[in-house]
Design a protein around this ligand. Structure first.
Ligand code: DGL
Length: 285
């Protein structure tokens, strides 16, 4: 009898510590903060450990092998922080590394492609969907594959928009030059019949209002971040590891380079005050 109670107690302690354990969120740099921001809004009790691979950004021009290697290192690092689940906020890493790392890891790992694809399939009326992303994401055709699994008749038109990333990072989101770059990349897409457009890169939601204005009311703009946060909520609930403590969450931020620049950027887009970002030598993991 005593033994049974001991076991029950151990199990309940384990589930308490599992549920209050943080969620790991990672990206190639600052862009994944758009996903972390959505998790903070939708799951306000979940503690978060964020890692931005600022030393090796951009991932969008790197090979699949390297993106898998980087993702594996980051997952090993996040596991040292005791995370109970991981969200790959980066579209490029979700497209190229998610399947590989899911096979190797014993905790839930979610990407942003399936949630973004699902939101687009739900939003489209004519089944013609545009995707803007990095070179690697568009070349992988992962959005096309996932969308077609959900709606085999869908037409997906992809467009790499690599300059959007530095424009956002340089604080040029509202600059007139960004309007020109949007036109250069997306003029052909605008001539098609898309009625839905996926912002398939972490940085693009920070250009949402510009892109929305460019396409006009007839095109529905999808930011995968909201659906990703909802997927996370579902996975945590299914496993009984959602944080039900009712306490305000705590957040930790780590990067592989340029910590101060990251802190400034984070404070520009999060409503949470990021006091400090810590440096990690990610090649050690
Ligand atoms: N985080 C990347 C993505 O969402 C964009 C920046 C990069 O190329 O690393 O695809």
């Amino acid at each position: 009898m005593g033994n049974t109670n001991d076991i029950k107690e151990i199990l309940s302690v384990k589930s308490i510590s599992n549920s209050t354990a943080p969620v790991g969120v990672f990206d190639s740099g600052v862009g994944g903060l758009t996903v972390a921001r959505e998790i903070m809004r939708q799951l306000p009790c979940e503690n978060i450990v964020y890692f931005g691979d600022t030393a090796r950004v951009p991932y969008g021009s790197k090979s699949k092998n390297n993106i898998i290697r980087f993702s594996e290192q980051i997952i090993r690092f996040l596991k040292t922080k005791g995370v109970k689940a991981i969200v790959i906020a980066c579209n490029t890493a979700s497209a190229l590394a998610l399947e590989a790392v899911q096979e190797e890891t014993d905790i839930p790992i979610l990407g942003v492609i399936a949630p973004g694809a699902r939101a687009a399939v739900q939003a489209t009326e004519n089944g013609i969907i545009g995707v803007a992303g990095t070179e690697a994401t568009i070349q992988s055709e992962m959005y096309t594959r996932v969308i077609r699994k959900m709606d085999p008749g869908a037409v997906v038109i992809g467009k790499p928009c690599p300059l959007f990333v530095p424009l956002v990072e340089e604080g040029f989101a509202k600059h007139r030059i960004t309007e020109e770059v949007i036109d250069i990349y997306l003029a052909d897409m605008k001539k098609t019949d898309i009625d839905t457009m996926i912002l398939g890169c972490t940085h693009y939601p920070l250009l949402r209002s510009r892109i929305k204005a460019y396409f006009g009311e007839k095109v529905h703009i999808v930011n995968p971040a909201y659906e990703t946060a909802m997927d996370l909520k579902k996975v945590l609930a299914e496993r009984g590891i959602e944080n039900l403590s009712g306490k305000a969450a705590s957040y930790e931020f780590y990067v592989s380079d340029a910590a101060e620049k990251f802190t400034r950027f984070a404070n520009g887009i999060l409503s949470y005050d990021v006091a400090a970002t810590r440096l990690v030598n990610i090649e050690e993991y």
